[in-house]
Design a protein around this ligand. Sequence first.
Ligand code: DGJ
Length: 728
Amino acid sequence: MTIAFDEQTGTFHLRAGDCSYVMQLHKGSRLAHRYFGARLRRDSMAQPIDETFSLEVLPQEYPTYGISDFRVPAIEVQAHDGSTATDLRYAGHRILPGKPSLPGLPATYVEQETEADTLEIDLLDPLTEVRVTLRYTAFAEHSVIARSVSVTNGGTESVRLLRVLSAALDLSDADYEYRQLSGAWARERTVVQGPVTGGGHWIESRRGASSHQQNPCFALARPGTDERRGEVLALALVYSGNFLMGAEVDQFRTLRVAAGINPFDFAWHLEAGETFHAPEALLAYSGKGWGGLSRSWHRLFRTRLARGSHRDLPRPILINNWEATYFSFDRETLLDLGSSAAELGVELFVLDDGWFGKRDDDGSSLGDWTVDLRKLPGGLANIARELGARGMRFGLWFEPEMVSPDSDLYRAHPDWCLHVPGRERTLGRNQLVLDFSREDVCAEIVRRLTDILQSAPIRYVKWDMNRHMTEVGSALLPAHRQRETAHRYMLGLYRVMEEVTRRFPDILFESCSGGGGRFDPGMLYYMPQVWTSDNTDAIARLDIQFGTSQLYPASAMGAHVSAVPNHQVGRVTPLATRGLVAMMGNLGYELDVRKLSQEERDMMKEQIAFYKRVRPLVQFGDLYRLRDPANARDAAWMYVNAEKTEALVTYVRILAEANAPQVVLRLDGLDPQRDYRLERIVWEQADTAADGRQAWIAGGDELMSAGLVVPRLVGDYDACAWRLEDMR
Ligand code: DGJ
């Protein structure tokens, strides 16, 4: 049992992995937050809550607005008479084995009831009879608490929800530093951090997607926390739309942390008897620094958020034709590319944008999901079969949520996109957003996708989404429900993805949004991997992948080797370095392999063979970040398998330095009692100081304490790697 309730003191104590989460009923009526941190032994906390009681000082679990707490509220309900004061009082609780699912929303799950327990606490506003149910799941094996909230209108009049956050908690001091993942297109998820100061610190999205700009996660660490040491509390929202999260420092220097759907431009009309479900928020604790936190998120996301037949399977090495051909291809070009890549050991061919309608550029055809027979005579089945004969699986790109004004779909249904009557429809990449808040639109898109996916042996789908929402309005919603559109869109999208992935359980789905613009826990529930960024430059990828790895596991992270000079930044990096950096995640290639020299082809073949050897280790092992590219000099990381019998260490030097100091990497995560055989990875043409294949033996203790000496590398952007194997 992970949850204890002490009747006498009214204390709820949740124990999840290494952490405890404690709440207490204050005077039997208000739900106070007592503690979130390292696991505690005793069930109840003897020290009383500050008896100079005022809601302004009471540490709370789900604060409301309008009754004397002036801090950020978790909920704001507008009653039928227009007033917004809300007062939530304890009305009962239940402790259930396992974890119930969240209707229509993505969420973490259990496979056995013994993996977790769930506490449901009912709070009631006596005047409006609005009932709020707070749900807390404590996982036995993960240091994570999953929270969600349902609001039911138990009264006789309708109410309007102006804000329903998924989680809030009050910490007793504000001595923390925040960390968030911020960026832009082609610069996604770089680590941004700083002290939490007066007023507080908030991040949000108002774009109708979780966004490139801010990832829906936020962490608070005690000053001095590093990769290996220190206490961190972290939040992640299992949601792909507009969100708000952050922390407020109040006048007494306590800290209120909160996360949920962004109240900006949101409202939800709730008729008597109706229930609204807010998305799941995850709260994680690490007593082992940022590295410990990341490994904890990785294990949870990999095993109890991602689903489906591919969850535990090694992900195929793919070639994607996008940067090789963009829109200019025909059947012969694709077959040539595919055959050439198959010879090198690539396992999956992904046909990207441009195969449907009359799409020769990004100006038309989204929504017309029928194959362009000019480019692909014989259709998709023919090319899939031809590639199959060469040992290659076939995958296909879609952008199901979009419509081009120049498309048959738009000409037939101009009201099927998000729009505001009478207002100009703003184009983004020449396209409009389909109104997925409408069931008819969703049903038609499911039908069109199903037709295509049934028409050929398609084994993989890349699900793209390339613009944000404007004129957020739906033709089918009444005026008082227009502010529901963005969230209803997400519910529609989740329904569509649930249906399509259910109909095609054997297809591997990869989500994408102009690169990594919707790399969030919500999408991972439907699609176990994501295209990390449109920036494929190996050096730029160091920052992007290090940032992404804060939260997301390697198995979720698509990483491709592309041509040089790189198409986004113009940089020229060695093929060996491009390969090693892409091997931090799911390795793929995105270049015209026919244009490579024989030497490069030989190296690519070696890379692929090597990745196949280390693939389970990378995709399902534990990540240890050793040197952070934020230092602008170098980066290093390693993966270790669960048994600690195998590891892969990679070092990338950014710019060469004259008379540079020796680099020694103190490894992590190994078994100090084991002896490891180290093999330095040298591909043809790889690091220029290569002195042939080398192997030697060292103790795990030695490698973690004395360290691993990095050979002197020559030239910019050089890299090297070692494979470690237990001697026993
Ligand atoms: C954006 C994606 O991130 C790219 O990989 C590519 O699929 C293009 N869209 C195609 O339009």
